[in-house]
Design a binder for this molecule. Sequence first.
Ligand SMILES: [Fe+2]
Length: 237
Amino acid sequence: MKVTAEEIQRDWNKLIKIIETTFQGERKEKLLKMYEHFKDRLLLAPASGIDHFHNAFPGGYLKHILSVIQFSVKMFKLWKECGAYIDYTKEEIIFASMHHDLGKLGDLENDHYVPNPSEWHRKNQGKIYTANSDIQFMNTFDRTMMILAHFGISLSTNELLGIKLADGLYDEANVPYFKTYYHEKKLKSNLAYIIHQADEMTARIEYENWLHKDDDKKQQDKEKTEQLKNVFDGLFK
Ligand SMILES: [Fe+2]
């Protein structure tokens, strides 16, 4: 999938607007400063490295984040309507969904995803990007925390757990948080479930968009072939 420069700019404006309307005071200023620092790299960042994973194209990270924010808010409303106990704020949902993949941008100076130099791997295995081996290996959550700490951005327990547990049980490190037989160890809030569900739904839809990207073209080609066949048959009637 290709996203135009204009579309990326529109997505960036949306992100900044969400920050300006959701957060207040010092935290808002620090967030704006952090996003300004990452702006040039963030605009072109993909959401993953492999084409059939999700959004492995320039602008893909931004699209992914906007979608997870949107779906988290929708999911929050659904949980609320269904009778869930809500003991957190909409700001916490937006903060956690906005930063659940922040570490994928890389460290303070260098990208995590760099274009794969191997044409064979790009063509045959869809490995469009590769992890930048020049920067310190770190999982996404650790790198996210490092970035937020660098910009002095504090976060609540709910926000931290929402970011940490965004991959749900796909990440083995999350098992103790989701699988427990002890009441006292259970998550005290459902916010982390909401972020995980919104992230999973977004990634699945992004995959389906990739899978069916040629469907419209195939349909148009089929119609054209049919039209040509009719014209040809008409010549001999
Ligand atoms: Fe994600």
